[in-house]
Design a binder for this molecule. Structure first.
Ligand SMILES: [Zn+2]
Length: 258
C-alpha cells in the first residue's frame, strides 16, 4: 500500500493517540513534499528508505520523517520533506554538523543524540533535543527508539569510537525493526540483535570495520535486508560474497550513497 504524506501523518497521529506517545508530541504539521526511495511494507503503512550520502539517510515511517546523521548543508536535502525527528549517532563531522541541523530543522522537529553530542549542541538546537545513552530507550509517536552501543574493538582503532560514547539506534514501528549501526565494529551487541528487518551497517578502515567483519556480523544477526553504508572504497562485492556464502537469510541492497 502506498500512503500519501498526509495519510502517513494521520496514521502516525492516530496510532500515537491510541497508544500514548511518550515524551514527544506527534508531528502536527502537514508536509508539502513526498519522500522518494525504496519502499518496504509495514503494518498498515510502509517504510521508505532514502540514502543521502555516506552515513546520512532519510526514512519515511508511520511516526514521521526521520533524518539520521544529516551533514553537508541544506543542499543534499532540497526536495525532501523536513524532518520530524533527527537522530545523531556521534560527534564526528560525517555524522554531526550544527550548521546543517540549523538549516534543516523545522518548528516541530525533535532531535535525539548521544549525550556527548547533546552537550555540544548550540542552545537553539538543544531546546528541541534529548539524549539517549547506550541501552536507553524512548518513544516518538508510535515508534520506539533503542540506543545501541557503537564502538571499536581493534586496539589501534579504539581512539576513533571509544566504548560507551556513541550510539547506533534500533527503531521499532508498525511491526518493523530498523537498525542504524553508526560507526562501530562487529560488537557483541550487534551480533545479538534479533528480528531486524532493515539494517544499515558501516564498513570502512580505519574507522569502523572491514568487509569480512561486517559480513560475519550480519550473517549472525541476519536482518532481512542490509544496506552497506559508510563504506567509502570498501569492496562491496567481497562483502556480498562473504555474506551470501554464510547465509541466505539476508538480502543486500546497494543504495546510491556516493
Ligand atoms: Zn563516520
Amino acid at each position: 500500500m502506498t500512503l500519501t504524506r498526509r495519510q502517513l501523518l494521520q496514521s502516525g497521529a492516530a496510532a500515537a493517540a491510541g497508544l500514548g506517545f511518550g515524551m514527544f508530541a506527534p508531528p502536527a504539521r502537514a508536509r508539502q513534499t513526498a519522500l522518494t526511495g525504496d519502499r518496504y511494507p509495514a503494518d498498515g503503512a510502509e517504510i521508505i528508505v532514502h540514502p543521502v550520502t555516506h552515513a546520512s539517510l532519510v526514512l519515511g515511517t508511520p511516526a514521521g520523517i526521520v533524518y539520521a546523521d544529516p551533514v553537508g548543508g541544506a543542499d543534499p536535502y532540497s526536495g525532501l520533506p523536513r524532518p520530524d525527528l533527527v537522530l545523531i549517532t556521534h560527534e564526528h563531522s560525517d555524522h554531526y554538523d550544527a550548521d546543517t541541523l540549523q538549516a534543516l530543522v523545522g518548528d516541530e522537529t525533535r532531535i535525539i543524540a548521544n549525550p556527548a553530542v547533546l552537550a555540544m549542541l548550540p542552545a537553539a538546537l538543544k531546546d528541541r533535543a534529548s539524549s539517549l545513552a547506550n541501552g536507553e530507550n524512548t518513544t516518538f509517536g508510535p515508534m520506539r527508539i533503542d540506543a545501541i552501543p557503537a564502538y571499536n574493538l581493534t586496539p589501534d582503532r579504539l581512539k576513533f569510537h571509544p566504548k560507551g560514547r556513541d550510539n547506533g539506534y534500533v527503531l521499532s514501528v508498525a511491526g518493523q525493526r530498523i537498525y542504524i549501526a553508526g560507526d562501530t565494529e562487529d560488537i557483541p551487541e550487534m551480533r545479538a540483535l534479533e528480528g531486524i528487518d532493515l539494517a544499515f551497517v558501516p564498513m570502512n578502515l580505519p574507522y569502523t570495520m572491514d568487509v569480512a567483519q561486517a559480513a560475519s556480523a550480519v550473517a549472525e544477526f541476519q536482518p532481512k535486508v542490509v544496506y552497506p553504508y559508510h563504506y567509502g572504497k570498501s569492496d562491496l562485492d567481497e562483502f556480498e560474497r562473504r555474506l551470501t556464502a554464510a547465509t541466505n537469510a539476508t538480502r543486500v541492497v546497494r543504495g546510491n550513497w556516493y
